[in-house]
Ligand binder design. Structure first.
Ligand SMILES: [Zn+2]
Length: 65
């Protein structure tokens, strides 16, 4: 994987490494120990600023009883 290239997991928008400083959210999915899957989820999940904001709003909405 090219570390200098990001693809948003939400909308597919692409960004460069320098875009991380502009608000991209990055997370590394944790794989359960011993888990063997034919499908590699990829080492990194990236969200562009707009999708990151949507994600947070979605989480907060779910927390609301
Ligand atoms: Zn996005």
């Amino acid at each position: 994987m090219d570390p200098g290239r990001l693809v948003c997991a939400g909308c597919g928008r692409t960004g460069g490494a320098r875009d991380v400083a502009t608000g991209w959210a990055m997370s590394t999915p944790l794989r359960p120990t011993g888990a063997t899957s034919a499908r590699e989820p990829g080492p990194l999940t990236a969200l562009c600023p707009s999708c990151a904001r949507e994600r947070v709003r979605d989480l907060e909405a779910r927390l609301d009883p």
